[in-house]
Design a protein around this ligand. Structure first.
Ligand code: C2E
Ligand code: CA
Ligand code: CA
Ligand code: CA
Length: 278
């Protein structure tokens, strides 16, 4: 983990000694990757419980690296966050994903699009306006876009971020709290925020069938989501037992390898769950 110095230089400590050079290389390469269009998007379906029909898709970025092959976001997003490249990267993701959404709309699917947004984006003045412009340019209604933001980003005392979220939600864009339960736990930050979805982190979902503590947490988050007038969505659903437990507990939507891994949009199946059964 790096810490940003006041001069903007990223400094490292302890076990990560020797990495700064590596990170600078990644940053320089990533800048080229954005220019050369080396990033690609995969989409993971979100299904409605208990039925299993796709109701939305989440865009997840990958880097088709010329030498290292297809890189997962964990390999380059930390460097993008620290360098500020996450700002143009998210803008690229939004443009690409809205263009892809026109594709699946043309084939008759009204799936909502979820895009992960960094706290950094929310702090850039004009971010909300940019998102609304991109929606208008693509001719996509704002309620078909959901922005996934982490708890920590929403909790930050950043006026700019709060303004951006308020402006986007007033225009109809959905606001999802991602990785819920893993970050800032001051629930008072949720009050007054226009949240449409809470995503229960995979760490609570994996063991939910057998672990009573995970069960207590997942039930509470579902109740909290409903109390706030939002949907509860579970991440990382890998087995039929977990799907059934969540459906019985009243969870609204689910995502995970049981239904589908992230795939190019042309490979999304409208009923991934049934496909696995046959
Ligand atoms: P996330 O938003 O929590 O996304 C879920 C991650 O869990 C994805 O990893 C997905 O492939 C993985 N996953 C989904 N279902 C399962 C499952 O059943 N089991 C297991 N073990 N894993 C599952 P991925 O694609 O590597 O993305 C990692 C993280 O990178 C994301 O976590 C998100 O925080 C970030 N990320 C990805 N794309 C973007 C992006 O375009 N912008 C930003 N700012 N962040 C992104
Ligand atoms: Ca997410
Ligand atoms: Ca998540
Ligand atoms: Ca997660």
């Amino acid at each position: 983990q790096g810490k940003r110095g006041t001069n903007g230089i990223v400094v490292y400590s302890g076990a990560t000694a020797g990495q700064p050079h590596q990170w600078l290389v990644v940053q320089a390469e990533l800048r080229h990757a954005l220019e050369r269009d080396e990033l690609i998007l995969h989409y993971q379906p979100k299904v409605a419980l208990p039925g299993g029909d796709v109701c939305g898709v989440e865009a997840l970025v990958r880097w088709q690296h010329p030498e290292r092959g297809l890189l997962p976001p964990g390999e380059f997003l930390p460097a993008a966050e620290h360098s500020g490249l996450i700002v143009p990267l998210t803008e690229w993701v939004l443009r690409r994903a809205l263009a892809d959404q026109l594709g699946w709309t043309a084939t008759g699917h009204d799936w909502a699009l979820s895009v992960n947004v960094s706290a950094r984006n929310l702090e850039v003045p004009g971010f909300a306006g940019l998102v609304l412009d991109l929606l208008a340019e693509a001719g996509i209604p704002s309620h078909r876009l959901v922005l996934e933001v982490t708890e920590t980003a929403l909790a930050a005392d950043a006026d700019e971020a709060a303004r951006a979220v308020a402006e986007l939600s007033a225009a109809g864009v959905g606001v999802s709290v991602d990785d819920f339960g893993t970050g800032y736990t001051n629930l008072s930050h949720l009050r007054g925020l226009p949240i449409t979805e809470i995503k229960i982190d995979r760490s609570f979902v994996t063991d939910v069938v057998r672990d009573p503590e995970s069960q207590a947490i997942v039930r509470s988050v579902i109740e909290l989501a409903h109390g706030l007038g939002s949907r509860a969505t579970a991440e990382g659903v890998e087995t039929e037992e977990v799907r059934r437990w969540l459906a019985d507990a009243g969870c609204d939507e689910a995502q995970g390898y049981l239904f589908s891994r992230p795939v190019p949009w042309t490979q999304i199946s409208a009923q991934p769950h049934l496909e696995g059964v046959s």
